[in-house]
Design a protein around this ligand. Structure first.
Ligand code: ARG
Length: 267
């Protein structure tokens, strides 16, 4: 009798061990894929962008995702620098304040490096050469360049170099300010204003998208370069971003992204 109890106990013990071994194996194989991911957890880089500025940053109408030259470049930079990018979409004229308040770690938004902005934020090395252009209705024949804008009604995007330039050539009460540049271009289409002063590649892209009732006139004012803005004094972030940008220019990735969005090699 005693022997039988002993045997039964042993059997139960063996069974328990077997079950727990299986259990262990099971849980181990479940945890395994998690562990390397944990080891790789990258620091976040919160990037602000005004995603209404095609082809630099905009919402893909088909997928609803944020796309564009800046978005892809920033993703590649973040990857190269060992960050995980967290994109925060906001109005262009709120980006500088968000950087100053350190709500975001960087901003990419086709932002022109200007001396005024450089007083309050730091900029990466330039990543794109740009300039301003005048857009008018295709049927307009009296505005042929920036010089003809005096006294005309102009639409601009708030807080942009286009807005600053318009303020230099015409009275403020002749300027209509919009949160995004598409709204300014639509106002032009609707005849609410005589012209739009905006970044050349963006107004050109707008026309390419089938807005043939709008045309570009005159020369491009091309003394602008875009940079990634970073809160003042965040030298480590700035250095990492610059190093990554340099690497991408050397290894061909920058040229690849440029070619994809502009159909040509970087200038
Ligand atoms: N380059 C111009 C500027 O810096 C316009 C940029 C607007 N960018 C945008 N994503 N809305 O003022």
């Amino acid at each position: 009798m005693k022997k039988m109890i002993k045997f039964a106990l042993l059997a139960v013990l063996a069974l328990t061990l077997a079950v727990s071994a299986v259990g262990c194996g099971g849980s181990q194989s479940q945890e395994q894929p998690k562990e390397p991911a944990k080891a790789e957890a990258k620091p976040k880089l919160v990037v602000g962008a005004d995603a209404t500025f095609a082809p630099f940053e905009f919402t893909d109408p088909k997928t609803g995702k944020y796309v564009g030259f800046d978005i892809e470049l920033m993703q590649a930079i973040a990857e190269e620098a060992g960050y995980e990018m967290d994109l925060q979409v906001m109005a262009f004229d709120g980006l500088i304040a968000a950087l100053q308040a350190k709500q975001i770690d960087a901003a990419i938004s086709a932002m022109t490096i200007t001396p005024e902005r450089a007083k309050v934020v730091d900029f990466s090395e330039p990543y794109y050469k740009s300039g301003l252009i005048v857009a008018v209705q295709a049927k307009n024949n009296d505005i042929k360049s920036f010089e003809d804008l005096k006294g005309k009604k102009i639409a601009v995007q708030s807080g942009t170099t286009g807005a600053m330039h318009a303020e230099k050539i015409t009275d403020k009460d002749k300027i209509t300010y919009f949160t995004n540049s598409d709204q300014a271009l639509l106002e032009l289409k609707n005849g609410g204003v005589d012209a739009v002063v905006n970044d050349y590649p963006v107004s050109a892209y707008f026309i390419q998208q089938g807005n043939n009732d709008v045309k570009l006139v005159g020369e491009i004012l091309s003394a602008e370069e875009y940079g990634i803005a970073i809160p003042k004094g965040k030298t480590e972030t700035l250095e990492k971003i610059n190093a990554a940008l340099k690497k991408l220019k050397e290894n061909g990735k920058y040229a690849e992204i440029y070619q994809k969005w502009f159909g040509e090699q970087p200038k």
